[in-house]
Design a protein around this ligand. Structure first.
Ligand SMILES: [Zn+2]
Length: 372
């Protein structure tokens, strides 16, 4: 889609403004004739912050998608499994209620997929409705009757935390999806020396795939050469691969003095992925200790590659492409190899952390005996 931003004017801006107003955001009266002014931009930034998107005040594909999804309330439309899947806040509310009632839908991602459909059918069986997986008026009324008295914390968070401790595999033999951020139509940031983010992510992805293959893993790149997958295409490809983990690579941008490593995991104000967060923390620790990079911390983010993937996923921004010193770090094959090795070590530690948690849960943990 075309990007809508200040100082655009016209129907597309008016559409954005109406959606924001309906969601309760404030826009100055003198901008409501379709002028993307300061109050519209401020409303977009607040909306993005609340939805876990980068708060750049610009309406691109992901922000537009979230504006549309935010407009749906449970009951606005009949929900069922179809392709492409229904997406929206109505689906997220359905998932939250099913999880709260003990019908497992997993991640509350607002996407009506197979697991949500199965949970609906299981719920319908329990309340004596035909188990067709279709959320119409009858099923909605049953959900309403069973609404838990107290809105508890999201159970998806608890459940995924348990899944981490069940992850007993090692990096060797596991499938790792690597997403080189951006592409030919969307170059991303450019460094002062001319290094383009879309090319830098591909170089680093190739190095990372080499490091992972050396350690016995099966890496797959979600973009090669001049392919142009959308973020959703990449998430679907990672799901189709049955990947155990997904690592999306980007580089940060800011003023020339901004520096350091940052990692993101799936999260919004209401929910987050504990496994993704652990993975982000381990990778960040490896990057900061091995390369001496400034610690830019881990943050929740709800972009497609983190939200629509079905496995623990992270977006790694090892350093700033706009910082001359850090740009050279990426351009130089030897130091780029060290970045890749640090990320690979973070992945390895994630699997070890899972195995330790699992054996501790069984009460048979003897880490000193296992270390040879
Ligand atoms: Zn990027």
């Amino acid at each position: 889609m075309r990007i809508i931003r200040s100082p655009d004017t016209g129907d597309a801006v008016r559409d954005v403004q109406h959606r924001l107003l309906e969601l309760g955001y404030r826009i100055d009266a003198d901008e409501l004739d379709g002028r993307f002014g300061p109050s519209t931009e401020a409303a977009v930034r607040t909306f993005q912050q609340q939805r876990g998107l980068p708060a750049d005040g610009v309406v691109g594909g992901e922000t537009w998608g979230q504006l549309v999804e935010a407009g749906y309330r449970l009951g606005d439309r009949v929900l069922y499994l179809r392709s492409p899947a229904f997406r929206g806040d109505d689906v997220r509310e359905l998932q939250r209620r099913l999880n709260a009632l003990g019908f497992e839908v997993g991640k509350e991602d607002g996407i009506f997929g197979a697991r949500t459909s199965d949970a609906v059918a299981e719920f319908q069986l329990n309340v004596g409705e035909p188990p067709d997986g279709i959320v119409g008026p009858g099923t909605l009324a049953a959900l309403e009757r069973l609404r838990p008295a107290v809105a508890g914390p999201s159970r998806a968070v608890v459940r995924e935390a348990e899944d981490v401790s069940r992850l007993e595999r090692s990096l060797a033999g596991s499938r790792i999806a690597i997403d080189p951020g951006h592409g030919p139509d969307d170059p991303g940031n450019v460094g002062p020396g001319g290094l383009v983010e879309a090319e830098a992510t591909l170089l680093l992805a190739t190095d990372l795939a080499d490091r992972l293959a050396e350690r016995g893993a099966e890496p797959t790149l979600l973009r090669r050469g001049d392919e142009r997958p959308t973020p959703s295409d990449r998430a679907l490809a990672a799901n189709a691969l049955g990947a155990d983990l997904c690592v999306s690579l980007h580089f940060n941008a800011g003023d020339p003095s901004a520096e350091g490593a940052t990692c993101f995991y799936y999260g919004t104000a209401a929910t987050h992925s504990p496994a993704g967060r652990l993975l982000a923390e381990l990778i960040l620790e490896e990057l900061t200790t091995r390369l001496g990079l400034t610690d830019g911390r881990t943050h929740p983010l709800a972009v497609a590659i983190l939200r629509e993937t079905r496995m623990p996923a992270v977006q790694v921004e090892p350093c700033f492409l706009t910082n001359p010193r850090e740009e050279r770090l990426v351009a130089d094959p030897a130091s780029r190899g060290r970045l890749a090795a640090a990320i690979a070590s973070g992945l390895e530690r994630f699997f070890r952390a899972g195995a330790t948690a699992a054996s501790a849960a069984r009460g048979t943990d003897r880490p000193s005996a296992r270390r040879r």
